[in-house]
Design a protein around this ligand. Structure first.
Ligand code: SF4
Length: 385
């Protein structure tokens, strides 16, 4: 098999791994001419700074000595595996980069001969790209279970983003997914190391003079955990270890794994978890305010911000002309930019109608039931929209 064939094979198996914000086809940069043969390994993605690039998402190897119950790469599963050596993959990536087919890279791997050994291969690849081949673009590196602190630090010096997948929200749940991963020592501890390293070293020591961001991923619903458990851990990580975001991958059964007969999780659950995690991270909500049902899950039919507003704002609507930013952000239909736009517009006069709000980017049909405009409920104006 040639190198592109190997790349297609390895990348095609990355479907379950979320990395950066995925974007639709229209987000492709103008310089990129999509070719059918590239489709298996590059994806339009939005970087943390908002820039849109074509991201190559792949594994160094699909061989793995571990046996996580949900994973297509688990040891002993019968499928054709492929492997790149660091130099081989780095050179291939640079060719794709020079051809403008891939602008950034997310590199993960199955575990072979131990987590530290696998981590070295990932690090060697990134080091060849940065130091020998002069690649200055976006790199996201996975930290392997079993990696050492010095390796985490090296990854931070080479990458724009590092990720460590927790897979489950706590030790008890992880046992149901991955019997040989150790939650505290192998997964949570490297996330703590990242924050320790950030606190103990100046930013200029890191790639481009900035600390890399950190993300994690959970297999949502794989261990019968509740949304409350997932969001408790996510909230703690965001507040204590400056986790940039959590990815939630709704569990899907993979044939020929011990979980092949477990039903798939509704993808809408994944969506609700994202919405709730953004409310916690960006909108000033506390975990206790999330509209969990008695079983600790978010309601699937209603988005969590709307559910909260229906319980809390119908009887005490928010006055657009006086409310503080944190209160505006709690209104469905008002996002981060919308709240800023309202504050800015208020400096030049009162907002009295929904048309003015719509011009500021507010989704008025969602917001109107929870607002007052100069003391008046705008519901009667809704018919115009
Ligand atoms: S260690 Fe990673 S690649 Fe290997 S079986 Fe577990 S989840 Fe899959």
């Amino acid at each position: 098999m040639d190198a592109i064939g190997t790349l297609k094979m390895l990348s095609g198996q990355m479907e379950l791994e979320h990395a950066e914000e995925a974007h639709g086809g229209s987000a492709k940069p103008a310089c990129f001419t999509p070719k059918e043969e590239d489709a298996a390994f590059v994806h339009p993605a939005q970087l943390p700074n908002g820039k849109q690039i074509m991201l190559l998402k792949t594994l160094l190897t699909s061989a793995c000595e571990r046996d996580c119950y949900y994973c297509p790469f688990r040891a002993g599963r019968d499928f054709r595996r492929a492997t790149f050596q660091p130099q081989e993959f780095a050179e291939l990536f640079m060719k794709l980069n020079q051809a403008k087919a891939a602008e950034g890279m997310f590199l993960s791997s199955g575990v072979t001969a131990g987590g530290a050994n696998t981590q070295n291969k990932i690090l060697d690849t990134a080091e060849i790209l940065r130091k020998r081949l002069g690649f200055r673009g976006y790199i996201h590196l996975k930290v392997m279970p079993g990696a050492e602190k010095g390796q985490v630090e090296r990854a931070m010096q080479l990458a724009d983003r590092v990720s460590i997948n927790l897979e489950a929200p706590n030790t008890e749940r992880l046992v149901k997914l991955a019997p040989h991963k150790v939650f505290m020592e192998e997964l949570l501890r490297p996330l703590r190391w990242v924050e320790e390293i950030r606190r103990s070293q100046p930013a200029y020591k890191f790639w481009n003079g900035r600390y890399p961001s950190t993300v994690t991923q959970f297999v949502a619903g794989g261990a019968d955990e509740s949304d409350l458990e997932l969001l408790t851990t996510t909230d703690w990580l965001m507040k204590n270890l400056r986790l940039k975001r959590a990815y939630f991958s709704a569990f899907k059964p993979i044939p020929d794994t011990p979980m092949e007969n477990k039903p798939a999780v509704d993808p809408m659950r994944e969506h609700r978890l994202y919405q709730a995690s953004f409310l916690l991270r960006d909108y000033g909500f506390d975990l206790e305010e999330m509209p969990f049902t008695q079983d600790g899950n978010l309601p699937i039919p209603t988005d969590p911000k709307l559910a909260w507003a229906q319980s809390n704002l119908l009887g005490r609507p928010v006055e657009v002309n006086r409310a503080e930013k944190r209160d505006l952000l709690r209104v469905p239909g008002i996002g981060l930019r919308g709240a800023e736009a309202i504050l800015s517009a208020r400096r030049t006069g009162k907002l009295r109608d929904l048309t003015s709000l719509r011009k500021l980017g507010i989704i008025v049909a969602r917001a109107a039931p929870f607002l007052l405009l100069d003391g008046r409920h705008p519901a009667s104006q809704l018919a115009m929209f």
